[in-house]
Each structure stands twice: as structure tokens, then as C-alpha cells.
Ligand binder design. Sequence first.
Ligand SMILES: [Zn+2]
Length: 174
Amino acid sequence: MDALDDGLDRLWTPHRMAYIKGDDQPRATYETPAGCPFCLAPEAPSETGLVVARGKVVYALLNRYPYNPGHLMICPYRHVADYPDLDGEETLELAEFTQAAMRVIRRVSGAHGFNLGMNQGAVAGAGIAAHLHQHVVPRWGGDTNFMPVIGVTKVLPQLLADTRDLLASAWAEA
Ligand SMILES: [Zn+2]
């Protein structure tokens, strides 16, 4: 644990209420890449797209509706839904980015554990089923106890921006 802990060690969930209430809620189906946030994110500046790292065929971005601070997703640039449809290069780099994400999050936040995985298909819980994304969710002992957090002193976009900067810097150094 070091001074950087404070960058990620609080759970802020009020923004999930906005998500649940439907503000800016992703549509269940993105039929075309034109409306797909995972196709659009890497085209935006990293600060606004919340992109943490860019690889050759995949990239990492911060989840705007995180389950925990530092919740990242690894996506192929290519608009592809089904994991078996990834080609060899995408499969390899997605795995490497998952490993890098764990190392980076551990370094900046001292995460105790992780949930990794993909929801395949809307029936399995994928919010944006048309473009696959590997979740990397850091966990801390007792983190569910933080859920009723009060006293968030910054507005959420700033929290997300700070978190992105922290992770992107650590990723670049790794
Ligand atoms: Zn897409």
C-alpha cells in the first residue's frame, strides 16, 4: 500500500444509479458498428474515450459504470461479438492485455483479487453484446461493505478522468 492507494481505494456507486435510471444507458443491441461505443471509444481522445492503453489489435478502457474503482475492459478494435471469432492475434493480445491490466491495477491500488471474464450474449448479461469485452474487476477484501458510500467529493467525470490518468501512466511505465 502506498500513497497511490487513495486514487482507487474508494468505491463510488452513485453513478450506477444514473445507469439504472436510464441516463446514457447503453442500448441492448448495437446492430451496426456506427452506434457501438466500443468501436467509438478508441477513435476519441484517450481522455474522453477513457482509453487506458492501446495495443495493435486490442485496447483497454475504463468502464464508465464500474463495479469497483479501476474496473477495466479489454476490447478488440474489430467489431466482433463471439469469442471464438477472435483471430489468433486478437486472442493472444487480449490475454496479454488482461495480464497487463492485472499488474497495473495491483501496482496502483493493491487489489487483493480480481474477477475476470466475458459475458457472451445478452442472455448472459452482456450490456453491449455485439462487441465482446473482457472485464477486469479489481476486488478488495470487504469491498461490498463500501457500497453505501457517501461523501463523494468530486463529480464522477473527474473521478473517472483521474482514474484513467493514474492507470494510463502506470501502464505506460510497465
Ligand atoms: Zn463495436
